[in-house]
Design a protein around this ligand. Structure first.
Ligand SMILES: Nc1ncnc2c1ncn2[C@@H]1O[C@H](COP(=O)(O)OP(=O)(O)O)[C@@H](O)[C@H]1O
Ligand SMILES: [Mg+2]
Length: 237
């Protein structure tokens, strides 16, 4: 069994089947991308894996069957989501936002040392730690959302559209951060509409189309695939 082993996952919204029998595996230490058009079902996948959405199928992680476990139990097992749109609390300070992600049951002392770790990783957040979340730029909010997820000491980070709405220079910065997180040993499942960036930043990838998987391969092979180039990289066939 893989580190993350998602079997036959399905998600419904009323009568709409947004995800249909999707199998995804991620090995420990890998960065795996999930790409696909708007509405393909990528966010539904991540939300289901993190336990925010009811789903069919099975979710195994780090040897445990999490299929029927609620969000907090999945977080406790090491799964942390950085949601689409970031979910920063605009009226809370940067530090309060970070503490919202603190590892469950951690002591004040542990939380202090986790905060220090985050501030080393994100000097920008340290400078702004007394500012409210709503006053940060989009890129800073994305850093904050990633920092908050890291406060839970995840083994698997689920990232939903980290580059969305950011200026190119900020996109670069965020992806530097993501590579840095990967270097610390955290496994990553990355959802990105910027398919080129996603493929260049991952070892393997899955392509989703209308709620189903259409392709999977090593990312460098997908970058060469005529179908991927035409459909997702904006290149002529
Ligand atoms: N809360 C919801 N209620 C009803 N339909 C939804 C809801 N969220 C998403 N959907 C639908 O499910 C499909 C997949 O959406 P989503 O997982 O957000 O795709 P993606 O992240 O790939 O853009 C889309 O058709 C979308 O309209
Ligand atoms: Mg989405």
């Amino acid at each position: 069994m893989s580190f993350l082993d998602v079997q036959s996952l399905s998600v419904r919204y009323g009568g709409i089947r947004a995800v249909r029998d999707v199998d995804i595996r991620v090995e420990e230490g890998e960065t795996v991308a999930l790409i696909g058009a708007n509405g393909a079902g990528k966010s539904s996948m991540l939300n289901a894996i993190s336990g925010l959405l009811d789903h069919g199928g099975h979710v195994y992680f780090d040897g445990a069957n999490l299929t029927t476990q609620p969000v907090f139990e999945r977080v406790r097992c090491g799964i942390s989501l950085v949601p689409e749109g970031r979910g920063v609390f605009g009226r809370l300070t940067v530090e309060e936002n970070l503490l919202m992600g603190a590892y469950l049951g951690s002591s004040r002392q542990d939380q202090e040392s986790d905060l220090c770790r985050m501030y080393e990783f994100f000097p920008r957040l340290k400078e702004r730690r007394r500012q409210t979340g709503g006053t940060l730029s989009g890129g800073e909010q994305q850093m904050l959302a990633i920092g908050r997820a890291l406060m839970a000491r995840p083994k698997l980070l689920l990232l939903d559209e980290p580059s969305m709405g950011l200026a190119p220079i900020m996109v670069e910065k965020i992806f530097e951060v993501i590579r840095g997180v990967s270097k610390t040993g955290v496994t990553i499942l990355l959802v990105e509409q910027n398919a080129r960036l996603a493929l260049e930043s991952s070892q393997r990838a899955y392509v989703m189309e209308s709620g189903e998987l259409s392709m999977t391969d090593e990312s460098r092979s997908l970058l060469q695939s005529p179908k991927v180039r035409a459909s997702y990289l904006g290149e002529a066939d």
